[in-house]
Design a protein around this ligand. Structure first.
Ligand code: AMP
Ligand code: GLY
Length: 424
């Protein structure tokens, strides 16, 4: 079949890497893609939030399956656009309907869904500019730190955690009355702070059946020791070393099963990935967020561990036959370390020539923000490359990723040297 992947990051390069080796894949296209996907697939320079452009591309290249990488097209309803179009309705699109995507697109929708389905999460209330004063009074009833979340999509920046009550009140006002995060913060969820360790689980569902994919832990902060600004993710490890059998079972029983049952009972058309961000408090799992796609850079450690053919899995997802598939996972650990442009996640320069990629051995180089310029691979984003290694344990895998990063160079290159520092 002909397969189209939408997106341009390390996640999409990883999907392309897995799918390119599937016997079921005849033609592979990535829109818009990057320099890495170009070596495996045909890159198509379109805007993926313009669904009529996506439609033209699907029809022109006789696409049978579309995999949606990032959240934005999903939250804008790309799955419904396909279902409601006579020429597209039989294309296998992997991703939830707009109603399902609201689990990521609105923090309040996600919280209400968890409440209805008795899924453990932090206590919360939501506010708009009309009841700002009530929001400020509610803050007074909580103890610090205060967690303020913009309701809508804010490119991973919409969560503020503040220690001081006056700062929290000011920021609540900035979000609600001064559009700190634009339209996304016209509603704000204020939530109880949970102290614990974070990890993520990934589930593939056809809306009824599900498969639990390998767990992963992401390192979100730019600085070593988890300091500084939040980024999209600076590195990841799979499996999560502390996720033992007991914790894994609690997560499946208390979180995954009620989530999938909720999707089914609420008639949410959902054929795609559910990425569940968790905080483990005293060995008890709580949901901090749903994402309706795979994570980046978590994909760079989850997919390389899948032994089951990914196209088979996705086809079964579309046809609601996931129950018939058995999932095989590589028992080795996978790690990835992100190499980023100096300045990221704030302003950074692009167009720096990257050298040393061909010298990398025994690791996989996934391109995140790269392009070709005058025949050379150059930087084209904040996150530039993800270096993934597979080994018997995560420490050995990390060592290999770091050895190979030593062979890479570009002006302003930066990476965290302490991925995994909090694990023993
Ligand atoms: P989110 O976008 O909801 O994943 O939040 C971003 C980050 O804020 C998370 O990865 C956590 O580190 C932190 N966070 C979110 N909600 C809470 C909470 N209720 N308690 C403590 N930390 C939180
Ligand atoms: N790495 C976090 C995310 O993809 O949202």
């Amino acid at each position: 079949m002909n397969i189209l992947i939408l997106g341009s990051g390390g996640r999409e390069h990883t999907f392309a890497y897995n799918i390119a080796s599937s016997p079921k894949c005849d033609g592979l296209f990535v829109a818009p893609g990057n320099a890495g996907t170009q070596s495996l697939a045909t890159n198509i320079p379109i805007s993926i939030n313009d669904f009529s452009e996506v439609k033209r591309c699907v029809l022109q290249h006789n696409i049978d399956m579309v995999i949606v990488g990032p959240e934005e097209p999903l939250v804008r309803g790309i799955a419904d656009f396909f279902t409601n179009d006579d020429q597209l309705k039989n294309i296998m699109l992997i991703g939830p309907s707009e109603k399902g995507a609201a689990l990521e697109g609105s923090k309040e929708v996600a919280k209400e869904f968890m409440e209805r389905n008795s899924i453990p999460t932090a206590a919360y209330r939501s506010f708009t500019a009309d009841n700002l004063n009530e929001g400020q009074d509610f803050l007074e009833t909580l103890s610090p730190p205060y967690v303020l979340k913009a309701d809508g999509l804010a490119a991973g920046k919409g969560v503020l955690i503040l220690n001081d009550i006056n700062d929290a009140k000011t920021e609540l006002e900035n979000m609600l009355s001064h559009q700190k995060f634009g339209e996304a913060s016209s509603k704000v969820v204020i939530e109880e702070f949970l102290k614990g360790i974070e990890m993520s689980v990934f589930v593939l569902t056809d809306g009824k059946n599900y498969k639990v994919l390998p767990t992963a832990k992401d390192y979100k902060r730019i600085g070593e020791g988890d300091t500084g600004l939040n980024t999209g993710g600076m590195g990841a490890i799979s499996p999560v070393p502390f996720a033992d059998e007991i914790l894994t079972q609690k997560i499946e029983e208390r979180i995954i099963k009620p989530t999938i049952r909720g999707i089914e009972n609420e008639n949410i058309d959902y054929k795609g990935f559910v990425f569940i961000g968790l905080i483990i408090v005293n060995e008890e799992p709580y949901v901090i967020e749903y994402n309706v796609r795979m994570g980046d850079p978590e994909t760079e450690v989850v997919l390389p561990r899948l032994k089951t053919d990914l196209v088979d899995l996705l086809e079964a997802t579309y046809k609601q036959r996931l129950g018939d598939i058995s999932l095989e996972v590589d028992s080795r650990a996978a790690t990835t370390v992100m190499v980023v442009s100096g300045g990221y996640p704030e302003a950074y320069e692009k167009g720096k020539i990257i050298s040393g990629i061909e010298a990398v051995s025994d690791s996989i180089v996934f391109h995140a923000g790269t392009t070709f310029k005058n025949g050379a691979v150059v930087t084209n984003g904040g996150r530039v490359l993800a270096i993934t290694s597979l080994e018997g344990d995560y420490k050995k895998a990390l060592k290999k990723s770091y050895q190979n990063i030593g062979k890479l160079h570009f002006d302003t290159m930066y990476y965290r040297k302490d991925i995994g520092f909090d694990l023993t």
